[in-house]
Design a binder for this molecule. Sequence first.
Ligand code: C2E
Ligand code: MG
Ligand code: MG
Length: 607
Amino acid sequence: MIGHESGSMDLPGASGSGVDDTLSRLGDVLGDGFAVPGFDAVARLAAHSLHVPLVCLVLASGSALWFSADAHRPDAPHALHPRYIEATRQGQTQVVADIEADPRFGGAPLLTGPGPARMRFFASEPVYTLAGQHVGALCVMDYSPRDGLNEDERADLRDAARLAGTGLLLGSYVGRTDPVTLLPHRNAFFEDLRARRRGGEHRAWLIAVDVAPVSRFGAFIRAMGHAYADELMRDVAARVQVWMPEHTHLYQVGTSRFAAILPGSPDTIDATRMDELVHRLRQPFDCLGIPLSIQPGVGLLSLDIDELDGGDPLRLVMSASHAAQRSVQGWAVYEPSDDERQRQEFFLVTELAAALNDHTELDLHYQPRVDLATGRCVAVEALARWQHPTQGAIAPDRFIGLAEKAGLMRSLTGWVLDRGLAQLGAWQRAGLDLKLSINVSSSDLAGELVDRLREAAQRHAVALEALELEVTEGTLLEHCDATRQILASIRALGVGIAIDDFGTGYSNLASMRDMPATSLKIDQSFVRAMDASPHDGAIVRSMAALARGLGFRVVVEGVETAAIFASVLDMACDEVQGYHVARPMAAAELPGWLARHDAMRFRRRAG
Ligand code: C2E
Ligand code: MG
Ligand code: MG
């Protein structure tokens, strides 16, 4: 046991203002009714060795923690009379043998509050932290007067107070308090919800504040360092606290996440107040002299506290805050359907990560691209397929976006590149004269893509000229100068570049002129609508003409029917792709299809 008779002790890492600061904040954090893990054990020891029914720990802030060893009055609400609180602040042992006879307190009752028992005996011992900081007092009390405390009892009280001091800081760190913001954390949040349930409450209004999408926060910490991130979290917490209703505690429930239990009825939402919180959080932070804006999301959940144990209310309210981050409003009330979607997404992401590890569920299908001048199939587009063991076939439109969000795209593209080029090499060696196009996403467009392409082509002994990358118009618009340079280096390798899904990004064609692209694929949404709408026909026709005029090879995708094919024939179109020509197929089917393929059917006849 470490003593503190000298009043102060130096301990490495626990000196001076840091600890003062910690404890003054700790005092703010620990309101009445909050449990400190470890306190009960210390109090029980004191109650047992001193034979007292009631023990409390009064903190410097005035808030107190209570322990009752009296089976008849287990949870009586108490508060120490201010005069006694004042006495505990003296930093000395106090013994009041008979409260009613002691002139120092003028006969004031020891306890206040609704219907407390009348106490006659009181003793307190100052509590110090390991660093010697006076943080409060451990108090014991009894219903009957006593003669005072004998030597053994004094020693017991002193030991209990020392334990409380050590436990207070340790216990609060370990059990309740986030070391960075000194806010009570996740465990405390649940303890306090349970305390409300014990207090007879049935519903609680939960609020969660999400500061940044987790993946981006990780990248942000790597870029700025932990000290900056810590400071930012303190600043965010301070802004939320200023907004919060009085007597409400903010909890830090994740690295960049806060939660609170709001007072009031869950039936009414004060939209103006919520807007105000979002507005506050959207103002730029000036953190360590570096300005930064965050993307806050505020979620709300009306919780049935009785169902606390079966569920995970934090996860639910977080799903609302997560959804809110992407919304204009910035705050949202929990919706079970959003939650179900996120659960499903989470499930798929973990499954996809596993599938990317063993590759047995993933496959590539290939869709022919036919050159209208000759009617020949000049290239195939590799399209990822995922056959999940219980969910069945999962469409790329579902898993590609998820892979991108979850940071799995690099791995997926790596696999597509490897598998696609291996297949292309095999076909070429079998005498098929084909090119291959593969789709790449936003996160693939980093400088290293150039090396990855070169390396993969070498490994599979295929010429880089036989490869084309498809980048969607949307992706090209997101990026800019840096992307253009990467694409230029890829072009310099001899790899073709196609602007995919053109027309969906609402860019004007002229802005694509600067892109080092070789072909442009007109999006199938316009093409498929051509059957029904002359208007769409006119759009495709003019897009094709403009693109050709800008020097692109024009590919029309989504050619589903003979009628569409016929109308495309007299447009400025070089290649077609679509169900009318062939659906995407497994690698093993392609040679047979090519052998059956009747080039005459797809050739544009002169004149
Ligand atoms: P995309 O690159 O525009 O590929 C063409 C999509 O249109 C394919 O859908 C293809 O099956 C479908 N399609 C082709 N012709 C027709 C037609 O005549 N009618 C109809 N209704 N559909 C047609 P799929 O395979 O479902 O892929 C959807 C999108 O997912 C792709 O659009 C591409 O953006 C993305 N994708 C697929 N595989 C990969 C991949 O390996 N990597 C990346 N980054 N994206 C991929
Ligand atoms: Mg494509
Ligand atoms: Mg496309």
